[in-house]
Design a protein around this ligand. Structure first.
Ligand SMILES: C[S@@+](CC[C@H](N)C(=O)[O-])C[C@H]1O[C@@H](n2cnc3c(N)ncnc32)[C@H](O)[C@@H]1O
Length: 196
């Protein structure tokens, strides 16, 4: 989509207006609210690792729902929220030092997205590659019975990806939030009860 078209759509969008009004840093905030309304993954989590956290809408939602949660947020871009419970790392998710002792989490969220080319299958492959990396990391950083939710863009590798996730979790669901644009290939995978 051309950037002018994107800007026009943003101006009209109901959730963009709502986010502005309610002080959320992204329209994506509503997707996490919907995910959590259905799966209740945030209330009982203590330590959250967020891949692709900027500008910070999901971090805001996590703290609104559970003010005690501690968040480690990773992104190439700046986080637009400062909070004593957030540790922010401005770096590539592949460069983060996952071997540190304190790097274990009971909730991992990924809204990470590569720059889009507009070519659907190329974009699908790019986000899928990132998610394959992230799934490999789960064994290192997610505790037994922990939860994982991630955005994917539907396409040819989706089945392989979901099968990999299914091997690691007892419960795996697909979820398309109301706030996710109907015409987008985006869908969320919510996986619970990690088997370590
Ligand atoms: C859709 S946005 C996340 C929005 C966020 N959930 C929110 O509510 O504010 C996707 C993010 O993934 C980040 N990203 C893309 N590639 C990355 C990489 N290699 N390492 C870390 N973050 C990356 C982008 O910079 C972008 O901020």
């Amino acid at each position: 989509m051309k950037s002018k078209d994107w800007l026009n759509r943003q101006k009209r969008d109901f959730y963009v207006k709502k986010a502005k009004k309610q002080g959320y840093l992204s329209r994506a905030a509503y997707k996490l609210i919907e995910i959590n309304n259905k799966f209740k993954i945030i209330e009982h989590s203590n330590k959250l690792l967020e891949f692709g956290a900027a500008p910070g809408g999901w971090s805001q939602v996590a703290l609104d729902i559970n003010p005690k949660i501690n968040i480690t947020a990773i992104d190439l871009l700046d986080l637009k929220i400062n909070h004593p419970n957030i540790k922010f790392f401005k770096e590539d998710y592949l460069k983060f030092d996952y071997s540190e002792k304190e790097n274990y989490y009971d909730l991992i969220l990924s809204d990470i997205a590569p720059n889009t080319t507009g070519h659907q299958s190329t974009d699908h492959l790019r986000i899928t590659n990132m998610l394959f990396d992230i799934i490999e990391l789960l064994d290192k950083v997610l505790i037994n019975e922990g939860a994982f939710a991630a955005k994917i863009w539907k396409g040819s590798e989706e089945k392989d990806l979901v099968n990999k996730i299914k091997k690691k979790f007892e419960l795996v669901s697909y979820f398309k939030p109301e706030s996710s644009r109907k015409d987008s290939a985006e869908i969320f995978i919510v996986a619970r009860n990690f088997i370590k």
